[in-house]
Design a protein. Structure first.
Length: 117
């Protein structure tokens, strides 16, 4: 039974990691092309903020999926070295996710204030 649990967890972790990869790659490609467009089309910088805001959303989504995969992976990890490694990775991803979310919130708040004025 344990072997099946480990196998199922490994498959789930790989699938979630692929989903995170797709999210991050799609976001990066979108930001690249929108960034190129805004470099030539935008004079006031308004669109550039939107590009970075959208990229931040993609990154938050990807990091969230990666964190979910890390949590699953800890369920089948048998060595303390691996648990420590996963904990360090999860802490880094949580740290990045927290600051990205905070920055996105500040940008949204500033945008809402400038739109109301």
């Amino acid at each position: 039974m344990r072997k099946w649990l480990v196998l199922a967890t490994n498959v789930a972790v790989d699938a979630i990691d692929w989903l995170a990869l797709v999210l991050i790659v799609v976001g990066a490609i979108e930001a690249f092309f929108q960034g190129l467009w805004t470099m030539f089309a935008s004079r006031d910088g308004h669109y550039e903020r939107e590009v970075w805001l959208r990229l931040g959303r993609w990154l938050v989504a990807g990091l969230t999926f990666q964190l979910a995969a890390d949590v699953l992976e800890t369920a089948i990890t048998t060595s303390w070295d691996e648990v420590a490694r996963l904990a360090a990775i999860a802490a880094i991803r949580t740290f990045l996710n927290y600051f990205l979310e905070r920055d996105l919130g500040e940008i949204r708040q500033r945008s809402a204030q400038s739109n109301s004025n």
